[in-house]
Ligand binder design. Structure first.
Ligand code: AMP
Ligand code: ZN
Length: 471
């Protein structure tokens, strides 16, 4: 079945054709690790996880790369302000050293990876850190300069956007209008306002003096955009299939990545650009930089299970804006709970009632939805039809649901009855009853069962042990 994606580059929904039959190379812009990821950021990674899973569901072998930005991202995406990592060091009262910077990056990288685990997001084949790819970045800058797209000033190596014919194509930028509206540049040597830094030069000239490397232009550090160009080219080559990120990356970061890479290689770089729309709060945007945001940990503290947030994200198409509210998350959690109850019931009450034609129809319907630009809301609807279908046996339902879960990633095979916490008193009664049963003292065991029942719990004896439920 045809697989289609909305390609930001062409603004069309296009049939996906990989460069190499059967293989897909995909790069996703990773986090700048100066703070915890907020749930908006995590929406981007849930979307990219679905994309990867859909590719795999279509039998592609996917090479998935995500970067970790641990240097060079300034508070404004357009090269202005303080280095975000330096700002975070001050915020956290750490001493101003390379060690603190690395420690900070490590802390937020680990927290980010924990978010992946909690949300059942597959880890990429390669995590790549900016600070571990400085030689590749320098080489790319050298190629850009050699091809006539870069120029040197006292404070930076800039990219000359006027030299790149299609600059701004991805975002359909109106360059003249943007330049007319630009503010006075702090660097008088910069040719045009939209030229951007490939390499920040010199100690004492920028906010970041602690993470600097030697280069053909003296000590300095890379610009944020060159990092993704260099790392993706290193790990996926000079031409690859898919590049993703949130829509905020279209006008600056991805626009600049394209300009740099294509200037260096002289070739078209990426074939499909996919972007997720934003998760917003009722009050507006969520900003990692202001610290005013919700994290997955906060949702967990409030008693939500992380997969409920995943389910919530799947309820909207990745290209639509999604408004977060706790009521909506509660709605997602109760649907997930219902799904769990059904699946546990199918597992416990095995019965086969095969209807090959119907099963094939459902598979086709599901595939049609996910292959149609990752339509997860309709894929969930197809999943619910299976759950409710009276013409299928529980075994067949489970087979279908587990198959769909390869894409949905809700962890259905691990769904099991929640182990409810009981008081020490009930726990002791349960243990006494187990002891009585072991000794075949059935009268005593029944008496204890009644006692437990009076206290509000029923017991089901299963081969694996007793299951206790609230009455
Ligand atoms: P950052 O760590 O800020 O570079 O962002 C990591 C990823 O999250 C990028 O792909 C961003 O485009 C994306 N992103 C940032 N904010 C949001 C949001 N509110 N909703 C969805 N995606 C977002
Ligand atoms: Zn990037």
């Amino acid at each position: 079945m045809v697989l289609k994606f909305s390609n930001t580059l062409t603004r069309k929904k296009e049939e996906f054709k990989p460069i190499k039959q059967g293989f897909v190379d995909m790069y996703c812009c990773g986090p700048t690790v100066y703070n915890y990821a907020h749930i908006g950021n995590l929406r981007a990674y849930v979307f990219e996880d679905i994309l990867r899973r859909v590719l795999e569901y279509n039998n592609y072998k996917v090479k998935h790369v995500i970067n970790i930005t641990d240097v060079g991202h300034l508070t404004s995406d357009a090269d202005e302000g303080e280095d975000k990592m330096v700002k975070a060091i001050k915020r956290e009262g750490l001493d101003f050293s390379k060690e603190s910077m690395l420690k900070l990056a490590e802390k937020y990288t680990l927290a980010f990876k924990k978010n992946f685990k909690d949300l059942n997001i597959k880890e990429p084949n390669i995590w790549c850190k900016a600070t571990e790819h400085i030689p590749e970045m320098i080489q790319l800058v050298e190629r850009i300069i050699k091809n006539g797209y870069g120029y040197d000033t006292k404070t930076a190596i800039y990219y000359d956007i006027s030299k790149f014919k299609n600059y701004g194509k991805l975002a359909k930028l109106n360059i003249e209008q943007l330049e007319a509206g630009a503010r006075i540049e702090p660097d008088p040597e910069k040719h045009k306002p939209l030229d951007f830094s490939l390499w920040f030069k010199g100690v004492g000239k920028h906010s970041n003096d602690i993470m600097q490397w030697d280069s053909p232009w003296g000590m300095g550090f890379p610009g944020w955009h060159i990092e993704c160009s260099a790392m993706s080219v290193k790990h996926l080559g000079e031409q690859f299939d898919i590049h993703c990120g949130g829509i905020d990356h279209i006008p600056v970061h991805h626009t600049n990545e394209i300009a740099q890479t294509e200037a260096a290689t002289g070739k078209k770089w990426v074939n499909y650009w996919l972007h997720n729309d934003f998760l917003i709060m009722k009050e507006g945007k969520m900003a990692k930089s202001t610290g005013d945001f919700l994290t997955l940990e906060v949702l967990k503290e409030k008693g939500f299970e992380p997969i409920a947030y995943r389910y919530f994200c799947l309820g909207a198409h990745y290209k639509s804006q999604l408004t977060f509210s706790f009521e909506a998350l509660e709605g997602a959690e109760s649907s997930l709970k219902r799904l769990k109850e059904n699946i546990i019931n199918f597992k416990e009450n095995k019965c086969s009632f095969s209807n090959k034609k119907l099963e094939e129809n459902y598979k086709e319907k599901f595939l049609e939805q996910v292959n149609n630009d990752l339509n997860t809301p309709l894929a969930l609807a197809a999943m619910w039809e299976v759950v409710k279908d009276r013409e299928l046996g529980n075994d067949e339902k489970l087979n279908l649901l587990y198959d769909f879960d390869k894409v949905l990633g809700l962890g259905m095979e691990r769904f099991e009855k929640e182990k409810i916490k009981v008081s020490t008193e009930i726990q002791q009664l349960l243990e006494k009853r187990e002891e009585a049963r072991k000794n075949k003292n059935w009268g005593e065991a029944d008496k204890l069962r009644d006692e437990i029942k009076e206290k509000g719990y029923s017991i089901r004896d299963m081969p694996e042990g007793p299951i206790i439920e609230r009455i």
